[in-house]
Ligand binder design. Structure first.
Ligand code: PAF
Length: 302
Protein backbone atom coordinates (compact mmCIF):
# COMPACT_ATOMS: atom_id res chain seq x y z
CA UNK A 1 0.00 0.00 0.00
CA UNK A 2 1.25 3.45 -0.95
CA UNK A 3 1.46 6.20 1.66
CA UNK A 4 -1.80 7.87 2.63
CA UNK A 5 -3.38 8.79 -0.73
CA UNK A 6 -4.64 12.23 -1.66
CA UNK A 7 -8.24 10.98 -1.70
CA UNK A 8 -8.11 9.59 1.86
CA UNK A 9 -11.35 10.59 3.54
CA UNK A 10 -11.41 11.37 7.26
CA UNK A 11 -14.27 12.45 9.49
CA UNK A 12 -13.52 15.17 11.98
CA UNK A 13 -16.05 15.62 14.81
CA UNK A 14 -15.96 19.28 15.71
CA UNK A 15 -16.47 20.17 19.37
CA UNK A 16 -19.98 21.61 19.88
CA UNK A 17 -18.76 25.22 20.07
CA UNK A 18 -17.24 24.89 16.57
CA UNK A 19 -20.37 23.49 14.92
CA UNK A 20 -22.00 25.76 12.36
CA UNK A 21 -24.14 28.57 13.74
CA UNK A 22 -27.82 28.04 13.11
CA UNK A 23 -30.78 30.21 13.97
CA UNK A 24 -32.51 28.75 17.05
CA UNK A 25 -36.17 27.91 16.85
CA UNK A 26 -38.11 30.60 18.73
CA UNK A 27 -40.88 29.00 20.74
CA UNK A 28 -43.64 31.17 22.23
CA UNK A 29 -46.37 28.72 23.20
CA UNK A 30 -46.51 25.63 25.38
CA UNK A 31 -48.02 23.36 22.71
CA UNK A 32 -45.18 24.30 20.33
CA UNK A 33 -42.60 23.69 23.07
CA UNK A 34 -44.12 20.29 23.87
CA UNK A 35 -44.08 19.27 20.18
CA UNK A 36 -40.40 20.19 19.90
CA UNK A 37 -39.38 18.40 23.10
CA UNK A 38 -41.43 15.32 22.11
CA UNK A 39 -39.73 15.14 18.72
CA UNK A 40 -36.25 15.32 20.27
CA UNK A 41 -37.13 12.79 22.94
CA UNK A 42 -38.56 10.48 20.28
CA UNK A 43 -35.17 10.58 18.59
CA UNK A 44 -33.50 9.67 21.89
CA UNK A 45 -31.77 13.03 22.11
CA UNK A 46 -30.50 14.38 25.41
CA UNK A 47 -31.80 17.85 26.28
CA UNK A 48 -30.19 20.60 28.37
CA UNK A 49 -31.95 23.74 29.60
CA UNK A 50 -30.26 27.06 30.38
CA UNK A 51 -32.81 29.31 32.16
CA UNK A 52 -32.16 33.05 31.74
CA UNK A 53 -33.90 36.39 31.94
CA UNK A 54 -32.15 37.56 28.76
CA UNK A 55 -29.78 40.54 28.41
CA UNK A 56 -27.22 37.84 27.78
CA UNK A 57 -23.49 38.27 28.40
CA UNK A 58 -20.43 36.05 28.23
CA UNK A 59 -21.42 34.40 31.52
CA UNK A 60 -24.66 33.12 29.97
CA UNK A 61 -22.83 31.97 26.85
CA UNK A 62 -20.47 29.97 29.08
CA UNK A 63 -23.55 28.21 30.54
CA UNK A 64 -24.72 27.43 27.00
CA UNK A 65 -21.29 26.05 26.04
CA UNK A 66 -21.30 23.80 29.10
CA UNK A 67 -24.82 22.61 28.18
CA UNK A 68 -23.71 21.92 24.59
CA UNK A 69 -20.90 19.71 25.79
CA UNK A 70 -23.34 17.59 27.80
CA UNK A 71 -26.45 17.34 25.61
CA UNK A 72 -27.43 17.00 21.94
CA UNK A 73 -30.13 19.66 22.25
CA UNK A 74 -29.92 22.95 24.13
CA UNK A 75 -32.93 25.07 25.05
CA UNK A 76 -32.36 28.56 26.46
CA UNK A 77 -35.34 30.14 28.16
CA UNK A 78 -35.61 33.92 28.08
CA UNK A 79 -38.27 35.12 30.49
CA UNK A 80 -38.09 38.17 32.73
CA UNK A 81 -40.03 36.63 35.58
CA UNK A 82 -42.28 39.23 37.26
CA UNK A 83 -42.90 37.08 40.36
CA UNK A 84 -39.29 37.29 41.54
CA UNK A 85 -39.28 41.10 41.63
CA UNK A 86 -40.74 43.09 44.53
CA UNK A 87 -42.88 46.10 43.55
CA UNK A 88 -39.98 48.44 44.44
CA UNK A 89 -37.48 46.49 42.31
CA UNK A 90 -36.35 46.80 38.70
CA UNK A 91 -38.80 44.56 36.78
CA UNK A 92 -39.90 47.39 34.46
CA UNK A 93 -36.35 48.58 33.80
CA UNK A 94 -34.66 45.17 33.71
CA UNK A 95 -32.56 45.20 30.49
CA UNK A 96 -34.33 43.50 27.57
CA UNK A 97 -32.33 42.81 24.39
CA UNK A 98 -34.11 39.99 22.55
CA UNK A 99 -32.55 40.56 19.10
CA UNK A 100 -29.00 40.78 20.45
CA UNK A 101 -29.69 37.73 22.65
CA UNK A 102 -30.84 35.74 19.61
CA UNK A 103 -27.73 36.65 17.66
CA UNK A 104 -25.52 35.55 20.57
CA UNK A 105 -27.43 32.28 20.93
CA UNK A 106 -27.23 31.60 17.21
CA UNK A 107 -23.44 31.81 17.41
CA UNK A 108 -23.43 29.58 20.49
CA UNK A 109 -25.34 26.84 18.64
CA UNK A 110 -28.57 26.82 20.65
CA UNK A 111 -31.44 24.72 19.26
CA UNK A 112 -34.46 26.49 20.74
CA UNK A 113 -35.27 29.66 22.64
CA UNK A 114 -38.27 29.30 24.94
CA UNK A 115 -39.59 32.85 25.23
CA UNK A 116 -43.16 32.81 26.51
CA UNK A 117 -45.18 35.95 27.16
CA UNK A 118 -46.08 36.59 30.80
CA UNK A 119 -49.66 35.32 30.29
CA UNK A 120 -48.38 32.12 28.65
CA UNK A 121 -46.27 31.43 31.76
CA UNK A 122 -48.87 32.68 34.24
CA UNK A 123 -52.30 32.11 32.71
CA UNK A 124 -55.30 34.02 34.06
CA UNK A 125 -56.27 32.52 37.42
CA UNK A 126 -52.74 31.25 38.16
CA UNK A 127 -52.71 30.62 41.92
CA UNK A 128 -49.88 28.24 42.80
CA UNK A 129 -46.52 29.08 44.30
CA UNK A 130 -43.50 26.98 45.20
CA UNK A 131 -42.22 28.33 48.51
CA UNK A 132 -38.83 26.84 49.36
CA UNK A 133 -37.50 26.57 52.89
CA UNK A 134 -34.09 25.35 54.13
CA UNK A 135 -31.29 27.01 52.14
CA UNK A 136 -33.86 29.53 50.86
CA UNK A 137 -34.09 30.85 54.43
CA UNK A 138 -30.36 31.07 55.09
CA UNK A 139 -30.46 34.79 55.88
CA UNK A 140 -28.57 35.87 52.76
CA UNK A 141 -30.54 37.05 49.69
CA UNK A 142 -33.80 36.06 51.39
CA UNK A 143 -33.15 38.59 54.18
CA UNK A 144 -33.02 41.45 51.66
CA UNK A 145 -35.38 40.13 48.96
CA UNK A 146 -38.02 38.15 50.90
CA UNK A 147 -40.23 37.56 47.83
CA UNK A 148 -37.33 36.45 45.60
CA UNK A 149 -36.98 32.72 46.12
CA UNK A 150 -40.66 31.84 45.88
CA UNK A 151 -40.71 33.66 42.52
CA UNK A 152 -37.56 31.88 41.34
CA UNK A 153 -38.71 28.51 42.70
CA UNK A 154 -42.10 28.78 41.02
CA UNK A 155 -40.78 29.78 37.62
CA UNK A 156 -37.84 27.35 37.64
CA UNK A 157 -40.12 24.46 38.64
CA UNK A 158 -42.42 25.41 35.76
CA UNK A 159 -39.50 25.69 33.33
CA UNK A 160 -38.22 22.26 34.37
CA UNK A 161 -41.66 20.71 33.91
CA UNK A 162 -42.25 22.52 30.61
CA UNK A 163 -38.89 21.68 29.01
CA UNK A 164 -38.39 18.27 30.72
CA UNK A 165 -34.61 18.54 30.29
CA UNK A 166 -32.11 15.87 31.32
CA UNK A 167 -29.98 18.60 32.81
CA UNK A 168 -30.19 22.32 33.58
CA UNK A 169 -27.30 24.73 34.03
CA UNK A 170 -27.23 27.66 36.48
CA UNK A 171 -24.43 30.11 37.21
CA UNK A 172 -22.64 30.07 40.56
CA UNK A 173 -22.86 33.86 40.78
CA UNK A 174 -26.37 33.44 42.21
CA UNK A 175 -24.96 30.89 44.64
CA UNK A 176 -27.90 30.72 47.03
CA UNK A 177 -30.29 30.44 44.06
CA UNK A 178 -28.27 27.45 42.78
CA UNK A 179 -28.54 25.75 46.19
CA UNK A 180 -32.28 26.48 46.37
CA UNK A 181 -32.82 24.92 42.94
CA UNK A 182 -30.77 21.84 43.89
CA UNK A 183 -32.98 21.50 46.97
CA UNK A 184 -36.25 21.88 45.03
CA UNK A 185 -35.17 19.26 42.49
CA UNK A 186 -34.24 16.83 45.28
CA UNK A 187 -37.37 17.54 47.35
CA UNK A 188 -39.81 17.29 44.43
CA UNK A 189 -38.07 14.28 42.81
CA UNK A 190 -37.66 16.15 39.55
CA UNK A 191 -35.74 13.93 37.11
CA UNK A 192 -33.15 16.50 36.09
CA UNK A 193 -29.49 16.97 36.90
CA UNK A 194 -28.63 20.49 38.08
CA UNK A 195 -25.17 21.69 37.13
CA UNK A 196 -23.53 24.80 38.55
CA UNK A 197 -21.15 26.72 36.28
CA UNK A 198 -18.25 28.89 37.47
CA UNK A 199 -18.63 32.68 37.54
CA UNK A 200 -17.36 34.47 34.44
CA UNK A 201 -15.56 37.72 35.23
CA UNK A 202 -14.53 40.89 33.46
CA UNK A 203 -10.73 41.29 33.13
CA UNK A 204 -10.74 43.42 36.32
CA UNK A 205 -12.55 40.72 38.30
CA UNK A 206 -16.11 42.09 38.32
CA UNK A 207 -18.57 39.18 38.05
CA UNK A 208 -20.55 39.42 34.82
CA UNK A 209 -24.18 40.34 35.39
CA UNK A 210 -26.97 41.81 33.28
CA UNK A 211 -27.36 44.44 36.02
CA UNK A 212 -23.77 45.71 35.48
CA UNK A 213 -25.38 47.76 32.68
CA UNK A 214 -26.86 49.99 35.42
CA UNK A 215 -23.41 51.05 36.72
CA UNK A 216 -22.27 54.62 36.04
CA UNK A 217 -18.66 55.02 34.84
CA UNK A 218 -17.65 56.07 38.34
CA UNK A 219 -19.39 53.13 40.03
CA UNK A 220 -18.10 50.69 37.40
CA UNK A 221 -14.56 51.73 38.34
CA UNK A 222 -15.23 50.91 42.01
CA UNK A 223 -17.21 47.70 41.42
CA UNK A 224 -14.20 45.29 41.21
CA UNK A 225 -13.52 46.09 44.89
CA UNK A 226 -15.98 43.34 45.75
CA UNK A 227 -13.98 40.60 44.04
CA UNK A 228 -10.69 42.00 45.34
CA UNK A 229 -11.93 41.97 48.95
CA UNK A 230 -13.55 38.54 48.49
CA UNK A 231 -10.36 36.93 47.18
CA UNK A 232 -8.16 38.67 49.75
CA UNK A 233 -10.37 37.63 52.69
CA UNK A 234 -10.84 34.09 51.31
CA UNK A 235 -7.07 33.69 51.14
CA UNK A 236 -6.62 35.02 54.68
CA UNK A 237 -9.35 32.75 56.06
CA UNK A 238 -7.84 29.75 54.25
CA UNK A 239 -4.54 30.72 55.91
CA UNK A 240 -6.32 30.44 59.30
CA UNK A 241 -6.86 34.15 60.00
CA UNK A 242 -9.54 34.90 62.61
CA UNK A 243 -12.83 34.60 60.67
CA UNK A 244 -14.94 37.30 62.39
CA UNK A 245 -12.10 39.83 62.36
CA UNK A 246 -11.32 39.17 58.68
CA UNK A 247 -14.99 39.59 57.76
CA UNK A 248 -15.23 42.84 59.75
CA UNK A 249 -12.14 44.24 58.02
CA UNK A 250 -13.37 43.16 54.59
CA UNK A 251 -16.80 44.69 55.26
CA UNK A 252 -15.21 48.00 56.25
CA UNK A 253 -13.08 48.01 53.09
CA UNK A 254 -16.19 47.47 50.94
CA UNK A 255 -18.07 50.28 52.68
CA UNK A 256 -15.08 52.62 52.50
CA UNK A 257 -15.06 52.11 48.71
CA UNK A 258 -18.59 53.58 48.67
CA UNK A 259 -20.86 50.51 48.88
CA UNK A 260 -23.82 49.98 51.15
CA UNK A 261 -23.21 46.49 52.51
CA UNK A 262 -26.09 43.99 52.73
CA UNK A 263 -23.98 41.03 53.82
CA UNK A 264 -20.43 39.70 53.74
CA UNK A 265 -20.51 36.20 55.18
CA UNK A 266 -18.68 32.91 55.39
CA UNK A 267 -21.06 29.98 54.94
CA UNK A 268 -20.96 26.23 54.47
CA UNK A 269 -21.01 25.77 50.70
CA UNK A 270 -23.73 23.08 50.73
CA UNK A 271 -26.01 23.93 53.64
CA UNK A 272 -25.30 27.69 53.67
CA UNK A 273 -25.18 27.41 57.47
CA UNK A 274 -23.16 30.09 59.28
CA UNK A 275 -19.62 29.01 60.12
CA UNK A 276 -17.27 30.64 62.59
CA UNK A 277 -14.16 28.60 61.83
CA UNK A 278 -12.63 26.85 58.84
CA UNK A 279 -12.80 23.38 60.38
CA UNK A 280 -16.00 22.25 58.60
CA UNK A 281 -15.83 22.86 54.87
CA UNK A 282 -16.46 23.22 52.01
CA UNK A 283 -16.82 26.96 52.56
CA UNK A 284 -18.08 29.85 50.48
CA UNK A 285 -17.59 33.55 51.08
CA UNK A 286 -20.57 35.57 49.84
CA UNK A 287 -21.22 39.28 49.46
CA UNK A 288 -24.11 41.54 48.44
CA UNK A 289 -23.60 45.30 48.27
CA UNK A 290 -25.24 48.34 46.72
CA UNK A 291 -23.57 51.13 44.81
CA UNK A 292 -25.67 53.91 43.33
CA UNK A 293 -28.88 52.19 42.17
CA UNK A 294 -27.14 48.87 41.48
CA UNK A 295 -27.11 45.90 43.81
CA UNK A 296 -24.22 43.49 43.14
CA UNK A 297 -23.69 39.98 44.46
CA UNK A 298 -20.58 37.82 44.24
CA UNK A 299 -18.95 34.86 45.95
CA UNK A 300 -15.80 32.74 45.98
CA UNK A 301 -14.82 29.34 47.33
CA UNK A 302 -12.54 29.39 50.38
O1 PAF B 1 -30.84 33.67 37.45
C1 PAF B 1 -31.75 34.07 36.70
O2 PAF B 1 -31.52 34.63 35.62
C2 PAF B 1 -33.20 33.87 37.13
O3 PAF B 1 -33.34 33.99 38.50
C3 PAF B 1 -33.79 32.55 36.62
C4 PAF B 1 -33.07 31.35 37.22
C5 PAF B 1 -33.72 32.49 35.10
C6 PAF B 1 -35.27 32.45 37.04
O4 PAF B 1 -36.02 33.49 36.51
Amino acid sequence: MRGRSANFVGIVLLPPENRMAHRPLIVRTLPALRRTIKKWRGGGEKIALVPTMGALHAGHIALVRLARRRARRVVVSIFVNPTQFAPNEDFANYPRAFDADLAALENAGVDAVWAPAVDEMYAAGFATRVVPDGVAKAGLEDAFRPHFFSGVATVVTKLLVQCAPDMAVFGEKDFQQLKVIEQIVADLDLPVKITGAPIVREPDGLAMSSRNAYLSTQHRAVAPTLFRVLTDCARRIADKAHVARTLDEGGIEIQTAGFGLDYFELRHAQTLAKVATTSNGPLRLLVAARIGRTRLIDNVAV
